[in-house]
Design a protein around this ligand. Structure first.
Ligand code: NAI
Length: 766
């Protein structure tokens, strides 16, 4: 067997093959992307078109455009010989057993000795794929089942065959974890593996019950969505996102491979409405016409399940969805109305279905929970949901309802599936034994680790923990991780007693997309300008204390780190970012300027890069004015929001804590906080030039009136404003300029309109 994976070949340049190839290139390795041969004019046409789709993809599959240089293309008729250079060959061609088998036969004489081969099949059992393979290849063959889009979906299901060597599985698991950033879940060779087995069942169950109970699709998605910790697309919205035609195929294929008697069949029959929508061309978002939802004449529309006709989409969420989001699952299923009945039927269906998969499909509920969290972006897995309801209460309700109680659930009654034992989080396996939750060496999922820790200080918005060796960990956990004064109290508490160092990290979907705008809106509506100033000064004091405290501070973000979220990172000694982190200062969109030190730090970084305050002023003015963000650390580096060399990135978000601890250990020796910088304001001439730029842009229609007002304030912070001399100022002055600019803008009705618009989901352009 090869000892490491350095060059990869992906065969099949469709949806999945391109995604896998792009992620290998993101990981820094070379990849050969092959498809069938095109016509004589361009034999590599199919693979070349795949590469083009990679380059043009949105959201981007590449972390920076240059990564495409690591992908070479070819065709299987002319270039199969080149496979001999590759350590791992991933097959991602059409889902047809005969075609896949023929490909493996053709591959065989071309393989490098010891090369690994895997299939990305979603439905074909490995036993069938391997049937006529020579033993030698059977030992190195497996299924690596990625999820779409590969860069963003964390789950990788890994399935071994009867002869696959353990070292093969270990090498693939390690490569996919560290290099490709995946959460690897080992699965048995059972239909749909884990993610789709439960995920597709869950969607089908929601759709089936909505139809049976006559629930409007908006209500169904509002319930089978955020309140259950499921992405807000729900079931109907997810159908639109994936494509009604593709989903219909997936359902048919699961139906054909799942055994008789599997509860999937109760919800997986042909759906006349889905089929008729597909026939009419409503295949979902990709078709441009919509599927279950659409827009007509500027109006949002939804399909009426009873009539199949379009009607206007309801705007308001049903009360139980709101209560469920606030109070948890119990509130969702407590009532005796139709919507509560829907919530109960769907939830109980999913949870009992999941429990029925133990022990046949897996012995550990953690596998199922991980698959749903990593592959479907659920906040909690099914067994974590059962724990929230309580195994006892859940079983009692099932019994009262006359529903079947799976053995694994009955056996657990009274005991939770997860429990904390000393400093370890344990999970109950088939047979009743508890074992520590399984994660690869060094991996940390903070939402799990936190259950074994007691916060040193905490409030509704954030907590402070002591982890390894007393290292402080600041965790934001307010709704959507919007920052408020309580979040900043915890930042301050850590800075005042930093121990051997601080990590600012959380395991939420987003590190933080910024300050809580509701707060600003309330301040502005109450004309409480003093309140705003106190809030901003408190924010600045906290990040300043963090930056100058007597121990190193590492920011470890994933997801969005925008606005105030980014300002917290800008006041860390260094950042270890997940490779999909989006960073930037977007305050201008809501009519304000960054006033948590964001303008100041951007200005300073550009000065340090260019040695020229005037250039630094222009760059700061431009990028904050346009609200630019970098959708990966590599792209954020172009905006000086990330400093390669000082900052680091990791492909797997489960490894952020590990990498941050290592970075802290390295910076601790002889640590001194940075020296207080001096700033030079770029002066009135630069201000005048910026104003002219804005006025020209306004005259040509490029900017709106309030864009000019907001950008002028950014200009004023870095230049000193009209007629100002180039002056030396201190850091505290810069903080003050930011606050003053913010307050001037907060007093304008246009800024209030932008904030209100953003909060209601209808951004205002004024
Ligand atoms: P696709 O239809 O987008 O792409 C398949 C590609 O394979 C096409 O470019 C086709 O020209 C090429 N191809 C067909 N026969 C070939 C051959 N003999 N040699 C070389 N190339 C050949 O399909 P998609 O969606 O990318 O699926 C690929 C595999 O991944 C399938 O096994 C599917 O079940 C699996 N899968 C699909 C997922 C999805 O969301 N689309 C998710 C996970 C797995």
């Amino acid at each position: 067997m090869v000892s490491e994976i350095r060059k990869v070949c992906v065969i099949g340049a469709g949806t999945m093959g391109t995604g896998i190839a792009a992620q290998v290139a993101n990981a820094g390795d070379h990849v050969l992307l092959l498809d069938i041969a095109g016509d004589d004019a361009n034999r590599n046409g199919p693979a070349e078109r795949g590469l083009e789709r990679i380059v043009k993809s949105d959201p981007p599959l590449l972390m920076k455009p240059e990564n495409a240089d690591r992908i070479s293309v070819g065709n299987i008729s002319d270039h199969l010989g080149a496979v001999s250079e590759c350590d791992w060959i991933v097959e991602a061609i059409v889902e047809r057993l005969d075609i896949k088998r023929r490909l493996y036969r053709d591959l065989l004489p071309n393989l490098k000795e010891g090369a690994l081969v895997s299939s990305n099949t979603s439905t074909i059992p490995i036993s069938l794929l391997m049937e006529d393979m020579p033993h030698e290849l059977r030992q190195r063959f497996s299924i690596t089942h990625f999820f779409n889009p590969v860069r963003y979906m964390r789950l990788l299901e890994l399935v071994e065959g009867p002869d696959t060597q353990p070292e093969v599985m270990a090498l693939l698991a390690d490569y996919c974890d560290r290099k490709l950033g995946k959460g690897v879940v080992r699965c048995a060779d059972t239909p749909g593996f884990l993610g789709n087995r439960v995920g597709v069942y869950a969607m089908q169950k929601a759709i089936h019950e909505a139809m049976a109970l006559g629930i409007d699709i908006e209500d169904a998605d509002a319930i089978f969505g955020r309140p259950m910790g499921i992405p807000k697309t729900g079931a109907f919205g997810l159908y639109d996102l994936i494509g009604l035609d593709l989903m219909a195929d997936v359902v048919r294929s699961l139906r054909s491979i799942l055994p008789q008697g599997d509860p999937f069949h109760e919800v997986g029959a042909e759906n006349a409405l889905v089929n008729s929508q597909v026939e009419k061309g409503y295949t979902g978002n990709k078709g441009g016409k919509g599927g279950f939802y659409t827009r007509q004449d500027g109006k949002a529309m939804a399909i009426d399940l009873a009539t199949g006709q379009w009607r206007e989409r309801k705007k308001d969420l049903p009360g139980i969805a709101i209560a469920g989001e606030r109070e948890g699952l119990g509130a969702l299923i407590a009532g005796d109305d139709r919507l509560s009945e829907f919530a109960w039927r769907v939830l109980s269906g999913i949870l009992t279905y999941s429990a029925s998969l133990v022990p046949e499909v897996t012995h550990s509920p953690q596998d199922i929970d991980d698959a749903m969290k990593l592959g479907y972006n659920w906040i909690r897995g099914p067994f974590e949901m059962i724990d929230e309801i309580g195994t006892d209460a859940f079983v009692a309700r099932l019994e009262a309802d006359g529903q079947h109680v799976p053995e694994f659930l009955r056996e657990a009654a009274g005991e939770p599936f997860y429990r904390v034992n000393g400093s370890s989080l344990e999970v109950r396996h088939w047979g009743g034994e508890y074992a520590p939750v399984a994660l690869p060496e060094g991996a940390v999922r903070f939402h799990m680790l936190r259950r074994t820790l007691k916060p040193v200080v905490e409030n509704d918005s954030a907590s402070l923990f002591h982890i390894d060796g007393g290292v402080r960990l600041v965790e934001f956990h307010s709704k959507a991780n919007a920052l408020d004064d309580k979040s900043m109290e915890i930042v301050m508490a850590a800075a005042q007693d930093p121990g051997p160092g601080i990590i600012v990290h959380n395991d939420g979907q987003h590190f933080s997309a910024g300050v809580n705008l509701e707060r600003f809106k309330a301040f502005i509506e109450a004309e409480d300008w003093e309140g705003i100033d106190v809030f901003l000064a408190g924010f600045q004091d906290a990040v300043e204390a963090q930056l100058y405290c007597n121990a190193p501070v590492v920011g470890a973000p994933s997801g969005l780190a925008l606005g105030g979220g980014f300002e917290v990172l800008a006041h860390c000694d260094l950042v270890i970012a997940h490779a999909n982190t989006v960073m930037g200062l977007v305050e201008a969109m809501v009519g304000v300027v960054p006033a948590g030190g964001g303008v100041k730090e951007t200005y300073l970084r550009w000065f340090r890069r260019t040695g020229d305050w005037e250039k630094a002023a222009w760059n700061t003015f431009n990028q904050i004015g346009y609200g630019k963000t970098g959708s990966s650390p590599d792209l954020a580096a172009e905006l000086a929001y990330f400093e390669p060399g000082r900052d680091g990135q990791v492909m797997n978000r489960d490894r952020l804590v590990e990498a941050s601890l290592a970075a802290l250990a390295k910076s601790r020796e002889g640590y001194r906080p940075r020296a207080r910088p001096e700033f030079e304001l770029a002066g009135g001439e630069v201000y005048a030039a910026m104003r002219k730029f804005l006025q020209d842009g306004r005259a040509s229609g490029k900017f709106l009136d309030h864009d000019v007002v907001v950008a002028s304030e950014i200009a004023r912070i870095v230049t000193g404003g009209e007629g100002a001399a180039k002056a030396q100022v201190g850091e505290r002055d810069m903080y003050r300029y930011e606050r003053e600019a913010f307050l001037r803008l907060a007093r304008t009705p246009e800024t209030l309109a932008r904030i209100a618009g953003m909060l209601s989901g209808k951004p205002v352009r004024n």
